[in-house]
Design a protein around this ligand. Structure first.
Ligand code: CAA
Length: 257
């Protein structure tokens, strides 16, 4: 079963990857992430492609990691599944990667958008790290990338309250590059991709590497720390309660245990 749709020649030199689990708001299960990694690696090797656009649908870019897939897992299960090694490979995509975001970009969805090099958002986009509401915390780079992108105070508020920000707030905070009406967000991403595709692909690759180098200095330690703490939340009763409450569509009762 395919959870993504890949159009290598969406436009000349521009590939499009669409996340395609609409009923689950593109929740990022392990299979989807594996398919996304494979598609990106394939497109990275394809000399006719210069820029890749990653999108969801109007209602959701992605509503986060798949809670139903994670809910019953232990900390050691999570450690063994090692889902974030796939994310590390995605992070190594060499070609410029643009996220075209409409609707929900939450939890892992927000983290996936931030893993891309630039974000074009529709006016309806909502960004958030609501993991705290289900008894866990961001695990795919949220505490690190969001903090670097929008600063400590705003990131802390988003991560500790789980509240969403609008597309215009995200633009004002420097998280997204452009905000446009929902009817044209994909076209706007294409326009940006076309500008980049017109540049030397070698220069683009080297420039991307250089920008990321600046961004990632001292990041590894933070990601490592975050990951361990993310796994550790799976040792708590509150994680089980939070995820179970989500699935049963009720309010969670946290014990702080
Ligand atoms: N995982 C699994 N299923 C999800 C999901 C997720 N992250 N998000 C939505 N869904 C499912 C819902 O369970 C629902 O399925 P059913 O119809 O089978 O019940 C379907 O998608 C539609 O969702 P809703 O009915 O909830 O839609 P809504 O419009 O009322 O609400 C929403 C939308 C506010 C995004 C809400 O779905 C929501 O809060 N989702 C969870 C967001 C979240 O907590 N994300 C973080 C996940 S943890 C994470 O990402 C960890 C990490 O750092 C890697």
């Amino acid at each position: 079963m395919s959870f993504i749709k890949v159009t290598p020649e969406y436009r000349p030199q521009i590939a499009l990857i669409e996340l395609n689990r609409p009923k689950e708001l593109n929740a990022l299960n392990l299979e989807l992430m594996g398919q996304l990694r494979d598609a990106l690696q394939e497109l990275d090797k394809n000399d006719t492609i210069r820029v890749i656009i990653l999108t969801g649908n109007e209602k959701a870019f992605a509503a986060g990691a798949d809670i139903k897939q994670m809910a019953g897992k232990s900390a050691i299960d999570m450690l063994n599944i090692d889902q974030f090694s796939t994310w590390d490979q995605i992070r190594k995509t060499r070609k410029p990667l643009i996220a075209a975001v409409s609707g929900f970009a939450l939890g892992g969805g927000c983290e996936l958008a931030m893993t891309c090099d630039m974000i074009v958002a529709s006016e309806t986009a909502k960004f958030g790290q609501p993991e705290i509401k289900i008894g866990v915390m961001p695990g795919a780079g949220g505490t690190q990338r969001l903090t670097r992108a929008i600063g400590k105070a705003r990131a802390m508020e988003m991560v500790l309250t789980g509240e969403f920000i609008s597309a215009y707030e995200a633009k004002a905070y420097g998280l997204v590059n452009k905000v446009v009406p929902v009817e044209v967000y994909l076209e706007e991403a294409v326009r940006l991709a076309q500008k980049i595709a017109a540049m030397s692909p070698i220069a683009a690759r080297l420039a991307k590497e250089a920008v990321n180098r600046a961004f990632e200095t001292h990041l590894d330690e933070g990601l490592h720390f975050e990951r361990k703490n993310f796994y550790l939340t799976f040792a708590s009763e509150d994680q089980k309660e939070g995820m179970q409450a989500f699935i049963e569509k009720r309010q969670p009762k946290y014990k702080g245990k």
